[in-house]
Design a protein around this ligand. Structure first.
Ligand code: G3P
Ligand code: CA
Length: 287
């Protein structure tokens, strides 16, 4: 049945309180009605932190995601030449810092001297590339952490290092649902799952997985709890198939209100977004 339009007025008001660059969505006409209940259920993942509002993969972006009441912050983890785990998306520092070179060819001291904020706006000058461990220490227990191992094939042993950092902090326990590890490298996820059997894992799926089969999903489900695809390939059928395989589905990366609403309509479990306010949650009243 085609559901007729309207974004709840309340959601519109709440969005405006997070007014950011592209944050305050105008009321739009779509074939969706998002109820408060649907919003409450939807897991809201701040992609690379609240990266629509602050430089991605910096403490500023992670704090912003936390302030905006995301359920999870998503971080991209790689390894420096001298073995430090750091949060940065690209495999070079060129786009998001004032330096150049491959992450894996620079020492931690070299990377730490770089400015990871100015490219986004002068008010973020001096933001550093954070370490994985400082993110864990700052946000554990406050907000969920969706850890992406980015290009782990470049960093032999990265799964073990991530596992060590989590185990040291007792974040590997059963039923700890606020830590998830995911990667486009599915072999790496199998390795990681063996090291951290009680931590939920996810497989990331690019556009080439549009026709993923039930057999492939069943194979993923032997080690993964999440199938997180490019949002452009998500269909009702895919959502049903992922659920039938006993996994959840958090598509990436929503960057407009319309995109988020489409994903609501498709019945996904979570939305990975640069704009947390597009997946707004009404405050829960205690009384
Ligand atoms: O969380 C999934 C999403 O982050 C994957 O894409 O390129 O933004 O890391 P990318
Ligand atoms: Ca990512």
């Amino acid at each position: 049945m085609k559901r007729m339009v309207t974004i709840l007025a309340g959601a519109g008001i709440a969005m405006s309180s997070f007014a950011g660059t592209a944050g305050a969505a105008e009321p739009v006409e779509l074939n969706s009605v998002i109820s408060k209940q649907e919003q409450q259920k939807m897991i809201n993942v701040a992609h690379r932190g609240a990266s629509g509002h602050a430089p991605e993969n910096t403490m500023a972006a992670f704090h912003k995601g936390f302030e905006m009441k995301a359920d999870y912050i998503e971080i991209d983890v790689q390894m420096t030449k001298d073995g430090e785990l750091v949060a940065i998306h690209d495999t070079t520092v060129d786009r998001t810092t004032d330096g150049t070179g491959a992450v894996g060819s620079l020492t931690f001291d070299e990377i730490r001297q770089l400015d990871a904020g100015s490219w986004f706006g002068p008010e973020f000058a001096g933001e550093k590339v954070p370490t994985f461990e400082e993110i864990l220490d700052a946000f554990r227990g406050k907000v969920g952490i969706l850890i992406e191992l980015k290009a782990p094939e470049l960093y032999p042993g990265i799964e073990e290092k991530v596992a060590e950092a989590l185990i040291e902090r007792n974040l590997h326990n059963p039923n700890n649902e606020k830590i998830i590890i995911q990667s486009f490298n599915h072999q790496s996820m199998q390795t990681s799952k063996e090291l951290l059997p009680n931590v939920p894992h996810g497989v990331l799926a690019g556009a080439s997985w549009a026709n993923v089969t039930d057999e492939q999903l069943a194979e993923f489900a032997t080690y993964a709890d999440y199938f997180n695809p490019n949002m452009n390939i998500v269909t009702h059928e895919m959502v049903a198939d992922v659920h039938d395989a006993d996994m959840k589905i958090y598509p990436y990366t929503s960057r407009s209100q319309e995109q988020a609403l489409r994903l609501f309509d498709l019945g996904v479990d979570g939305i990975i977004t640069d704009y947390t306010e597009h997946v707004y949650k009404h405050p829960v009243k205690n009384h």
